[in-house]
Design a binder for this molecule. Structure first.
Ligand code: ZN
Length: 150
């Protein structure tokens, strides 16, 4: 078990387009394990690899229903719209109202290299979109209608 340091806004890696994972090596499995440890340690709901300084298309999420591991995730369907408050472990102390799709369908590999489809609504939908934005170098403050200090 290892806890990574979470990088904060202003760090270049958060603005890079993350690179797809070509092969699921032991190092990728270790990255997933440590990212989950880091997520739980920070009491977060989602974490993307660029947030721990690794520019790879890897995301972990747990909205209270158990861990979800996503390798090379792609949003394949979106439905509806939902405006709600959002925060980010890389932007401590700031929340903002962000419009997101109410429901999304995401395709990604799991750590066995199998293609999985995850459907999310509510917090899970928001979290999936937020984390996949991180892989494009996009932060929620870029999209927020209004931000405030917590
Ligand atoms: Zn974030």
């Amino acid at each position: 078990m290892a806890i990574y340091q979470i990088v904060e806004i202003g760090s270049e890696v958060l603005r890079e387009k993350a690179v797809p994972v070509k092969e699921i090596t032991p190092n990728i499995e270790k990255l997933l394990d440590n990212m989950l440890d880091t997520l739980y340690d920070a009491n977060g709901v989602g974490l993307a690899a660029p947030q721990v300084g690794v520019s790879k298309r890897v995301v972990v999420i747990d909205v209270g229903e158990g861990p979800i591991e996503l390798i090379n995730p792609v949003i394949i369907a979106k439905e509806g719209e939902d405006l709600d408050d959002e925060g980010c472990l890389s932007i401590p102390g700031i929340t903002g109202q962000v419009a997101r799709a109410a429901k999304v369908k995401v395709e990604a590999l799991n750590r066995q290299g199998e293609l999985q489809v995850i459907e999310g609504e509510g917090l899970l939908s928001r979290c999936l979109q937020h984390e996949i934005d991180h892989l494009e170098g996009i932060l929620f403050v870029d999209k927020a209608k209004k931000t405030s200090r917590r």
